[in-house]
Design a protein around this ligand. Structure first.
Ligand code: BTN
Length: 257
């Protein structure tokens, strides 16, 4: 009889990446890489395991939004078991958005900047978004799943007008696999360097276009208007409100004004 794990991976092929041992499972279609990665993580898969989909039928964005996931884009979730405390877990997300910004820059000369917390923008158009999911026991992280959607060869702006893609910026088709491998190289290197991961917030601050700007922040508790002043060690945004008071926001949507 087939185990649940085998059933789950029945339609996957394996992408071999030079000098990397953790598995990269590629599926032509998934509902969401987040669901498959969650199941694998709960079954105890190795840290660094990646689930990639050619397209998603139920791609999820932040704040319960849909992430349009037609063929041509890069959609994946990486399962990480970091040896850090839960309160520092935001560092991993910041390391991931920074790594993707560097990949786009090094591979294609695309100057992507980070909008808090982890969106990548080129000019004022979104090219990539990130979703994370954590499971922890008390203060220890069991796993942290980071899902990234990057508009590569898909015409994202037809569905989301304020977005762009690598293809529309370069006017040519590129390889989503090449981008993923470059990204994984950078992220693996960053995560294996304990000093670099501590200073990742400072690096992120050099690549963000949010700090110092007038922003609107929408949270489940309410909407705030103010100037984005800083990001604290938990990844929360520190806002100076219009009345001069300061507000810390851990989770929300950020709109540059
Ligand atoms: C956002 O900007 O709202 C976050 C988008 C995250 C999309 C990625 S695509 C791969 C992974 N699977 C999903 O269903 N969502 C994330």
């Amino acid at each position: 009889m087939k185990s649940f794990n085998n059933l789950l991976l029945e339609n996957a092929s394996i992408w071999k990446m030079p000098n990397r041992s953790s598995k990269i499972y590629y599926f032509e279609t998934l509902e969401s890489t987040m669901d498959t990665a969650l199941a694998l993580a709960r079954q105890g898969c190795e840290s660094g395991t990646v689930v990639v989909a050619g397209c998603q039928t139920k791609g999820r964005g932040r704040m319960t939004r849909v992430w349009h996931s037609e063929k041509g884009g890069l959609y994946f979730t990486i399962i990480i078991r970091p040896d850090i405390l839960l309160e520092h877990s935001a560092r991993i997300g910041f390391a991931a958005s920074l790594s993707m910004a560097r990949s786009l820059n090094q591979l294609f000369g695309i100057a992507a900047m980070v909008k808090w917390p982890n969106d990548l923008l080129v000019g004022c158009r979104k090219i990539s978004g990130m979703l994370s999911q954590v499971e922890a026991q008390s203060n220890r992280i069991s796993f942290l799943n980071i899902g990234i959607g990057l508009n590569v060869n898909n015409d994202a702006f037809e569905l989301a007008p304020e977005s762009t893609s690598v293809k529309s910026l370069l006017n040519k088709i590129v390889s989503p696999k090449e981008i993923l491998f470059d990204f994984l190289n950078r992220l693996d290197t960053l995560l294996s360097d304990s000093k670099a991961i501590i200073s990742v917030m400072d690096e992120w601050k050099k690549h963000t276009i949010t700090l110092g700007r007038k922003v609107k922040i929408v949270t489940n508790q309410g909407t705030y208007h103010g100037i984005a002043r800083d990001v604290d060690t938990s990844g929360a945004l520190i806002l100076e409100l219009e009345n001069g008071m300061f507000q810390t926001v851990l989770y929300g949507d950020c709109f540059h004004q």
